[in-house]
Design a protein around this ligand. Sequence first.
Ligand SMILES: NC(=O)C1=CN([C@@H]2O[C@H](COP(=O)(O)OP(=O)(O)OC[C@H]3O[C@@H](n4cnc5c(N)ncnc54)[C@H](OP(=O)(O)O)[C@@H]3O)[C@@H](O)[C@H]2O)C=CC1
Ligand SMILES: N[C@@H](CCO)C(=O)O
Length: 440
Amino acid sequence: MKPIKIGIAGTGVVASGVVNILKRNADEITRRAGRDIEVIVVSSRTRAKAEALVGNDVQIVNDIMEVARHPDVDIVVETMGGYEPAKSFVLEAIAHGKHVVTANKALLAEHGNEIFKAAQDKGVTVAFEAAVAGGIPVIKALREGLSANRIEWIAGIINGTTNFILTQMREKGWTFADALKVAQELGYAEADPTFDVEGVDAAHKITLMSALAFGVPIDFKAASIEGISKLAAADIAYAEKFGYRIKLLGITKRVSNGTTDGIELRVHPTLIPESRLIANVNGVMNAVLVKGDAVGATLYYGAGAGSEPTGSSVIADLIDVTRTITADPEHRVPHLAFQPDSLASIPMLPLSAVKTRYYLRLTAQDRTGVLADITRILANHDISVDAMLQTEVDDATKEAHIVIMTHVSQESNVDTAVSEIKALASITGGVVKLRVEELG
Ligand SMILES: NC(=O)C1=CN([C@@H]2O[C@H](COP(=O)(O)OP(=O)(O)OC[C@H]3O[C@@H](n4cnc5c(N)ncnc54)[C@H](OP(=O)(O)O)[C@@H]3O)[C@@H](O)[C@H]2O)C=CC1
Ligand SMILES: N[C@@H](CCO)C(=O)O
């Protein structure tokens, strides 16, 4: 059979992984795909960079649209990142009847509904395994392996950069800034690393997984997002005293009971019992826990970023698309796991509706009655205390830290209680509030 012809936009970290693996594992890939997969054109604004990657036998163009419109290309690979020109490039390629493989979660979280609709209308596929959790085939698991299940929840460490930073800070005492710099040097971070550290990248990924899990349209605006930039080393240490590790988690949950029906979609630093496997996922590694009603909890683990791990996912998509390229579009796996005319309209729940356990850290003056005031306020808002610790009073400031672990409480009640606690004269600093997930 004649080779499948590929055009790649971008010559960066991910594109390099794709090109290098395609060269190194050409035989294995052909045996799996049933035909050769051949890169025939790449775009680059720096010709020398592209030549160093693909040599002289591959066409190199300056204008990405030449890749999108190339008459011989069957599948385009979008590895530029960002919203534009990536969106125009992908839509142009679809309009020209090309299948698309992309690693761009930002693009799909913001514009995926429009892009998948355009692809469906044109009868082409947009594949995006590399967009979520780097080298871990979790999109495949959600779309295919778990398709018998009602998915109950997903919780994942889905940003390699922040997990790398948290690990280096905890294990090696690195500063946040140093750890981020190394993550950038290793090619893990986004072009704008605030997407990583402020939780936006994880929110893009959990938004895509939420749509796949629950059969709803992609709704990035519904995500509540909190990153790790304000996380204090003191809270990492106190959490450990209670037997917990702090990880940046993306969480999506279907809540369906007598009083609430909807989907939670959130990213925030989270306390996880240190006995859980996922609490021990370190460095750039990612892990995604998926709870299905039939299968129970399943865990997917692997490198969440980096050139070849991400290239591995891109090529898996290339092979998948190659295998189905001649299939009737109706018989391909739907983009969002559910048939496009079967997407449901389920409300997205606000953060105030979340019910979980909470970690609170207060800085208080050493005054009689302060603990009584705090516990009275918590009790008034239906929040019961599971455990508490108080540090020794600092001689200089006459302040101590009070750390409280609550039982399951409602976020809106906790927020009201926190405002009242902050207003107490004896509370001198802010109140740190972190969520706890048992993930049992
Ligand atoms: N790095 C990683 O570990 C992972 C990255 N991803 C995603 O993969 C995508 C690419 O990431 P990565 O490879 O790290 O990014 P890089 O910055 O390393 O590479 C991006 C490439 O895209 C090209 N490019 C960027 N902007 C433009 C533009 N305006 N016009 C034309 N070409 C452009 C550049 O090519 P040139 O300079 O040659 O023109 C550059 O080589 C992103 O969506 C990212 O989120 C997903 C999973 C993991
Ligand atoms: N910046 C992302 C790349 C992989 O999506 C991360 O660190 O996880």
